[in-house]
Design a protein around this ligand. Structure first.
Ligand code: NAD
Ligand code: ZN
Length: 360
């Protein structure tokens, strides 16, 4: 049995969520009028762990398939891997009616969807995400990207998939670190728009930490729903979608300061979220109690919540040069209450310095 979320955007599509069951993918393929040939793009880890499972389902259809697995890791969001994918598509006679299947985490999703959006000006795209990040975030919303040596995600398109198939059983093979780190982004949905999800995490923390299958599936469903609601209201990040950057303004600066070595992205986001919450207190938007709830929940997942001893002026300078910063004006996503976000871009420099110092 799977649960369905419909995403109503320029090209509407369904997200199907299940556990140990991809039969909805089989039904979808059988009922579509694609050319009956699939191009599966994945990475070395996912191919080793889960390709057989995916193929078991695909073999129930009358589609033939070709598979391209690139080396796992962020470094593969590159022009080299992108062009290897184009070569693979050309050599195997892909065309505008043959679907590409992005099977893996956010890296596979981002580079494969960029390839799908540009090859012959667009071919059908199906996401089968396998990490917490890709199931709750990157496979939904249509952002595609590769990195440039001058910056992450500098080259990309908006391109909606034809369907997304989330099977939460794939998550079982993620390490605890990989799995729990991603909860800073899950807690983000709670803080910015989903009070119920936040309380659920607080009250079901034992089951979450045990990685109980039903509890995790419920959480993934809530996040996928939250993300699709935002994307539906603001497909191309004109305004509202910016609230997804809660915790990210400082996180990007911390990641850059340590040259992407000390913290993973979600760990840096955790620090950024505590900072945004502290800033919200200092502006009188929330009380100490709300701040403590956010910080405590992050700490349950062993996520970092203190800012390193970095010169605050330097951190602010890095933030001002981030690609998401327009004209040097810093934008912060703050919270008025658990479940409510506001966008602020007129915060005094001295308050930023004070808030950073309070968390060091
Ligand atoms: N497009 C968007 O809207 C969006 C949103 C958020 C993040 N992203 C991008 O997503 C990327 C991060 O995604 P990620 O965290 O999934 O990283 P990832 O794709 O690198 O996956 C993390 C690691 O887990 C491995 N893996 C994947 N599935 C597995 C499984 N089921 N079991 C065991 N190992 C598995 C991968 O091979 C990799 O080594 C970044 O590049 C980020 O920019 C994009
Ligand atoms: Zn993020």
């Amino acid at each position: 049995m799977s649960q369905i979320i419909s995403v109503n955007v320029s090209q509407s599509y369904n997200i199907s969520i299940s556990y140990n069951d991809l039969s909805s993918l089989v039904d979808f393929l059988k009922n579509s009028n694609f050319v009956k040939k699939l191009f599966i793009i994945s990475d070395t880890n996912v191919c080793l762990l889960h390709l057989q499972t995916l193929l078991r389902y695909i073999e129930k259809t009358n589609y033939s398939y070709s598979i391209y697995c690139f080396e796992a890791g962020e470094q593969s969001k590159s022009k080299e891997v992108l062009f290897d994918i184009y070569d693979f598509l050309i050599e195997n006679q892909a065309d505008r009616k043959t679907p590409l299947v992005a099977f893996g985490g956010g890296v596979v999703g981002d580079v494969a969807s960029f390839a799908a959006s540009t090859f012959m000006r667009g071919m059908p795209l199906i996401h089968v995400p396998t990490t917490v990040v890709s199931q709750t975030d990157s496979s939904i919303g249509g952002k595609t990207a590769i990195n440039h040596t001058k910056g992450k995600n500098l080259i990309g398109t908006f391109y909606q998939p034809n369907a997304v198939f989330i099977d939460t059983k794939f998550l079982d093979t993620l390490s605890d670190e990989e799995f729990f780190n991603a909860f800073s982004e899950i807690i983000k949905y709670g803080v910015i728009m989903d009070r119920q999800l936040f309380s659920f995490l607080e009250t079901h923390i034992e089951d979450v930490l045990k990685r109980d299958a039903k509890t995790i599936s419920d959480i993934i469903y809530d996040c996928a729903k939250d993300k699709s609601l935002i994307v539906q209201k603001d497909e191309k990040e004109a305004s509202l979608r910016a609230i997804l950057n809660f915790g990210h303004t400082l996180a990007h600066a911390i990641e850059a300061f340590f040259e992407y070595k000390k913290y993973t992205h979600p760990q840096a986001v955790s620090i950024g979220e505590v900072f945004a919450a502290k800033l919200s207190i200092n502006l009188g938007l929330i009380g100490e109690n709300t701040f403590i709830r956010i910080k405590n929940l992050l700490e349950k997942f062993n996520l970092p919540t203190k800012i390193d001893n970095i010169d605050p002026d330097e951190l602010i300078k890095i933030m001002q040069h981030d690609k998401k910063t327009k004209g040097g004006i810093l934008e912060f996503i703050l919270t008025k209450d658990i479940g409510e976000a506001i966008i602020a871009n007129d915060i005094e420099y001295s308050l930023l310095i004070k808030t950073i110092r309070e968390l060091q």
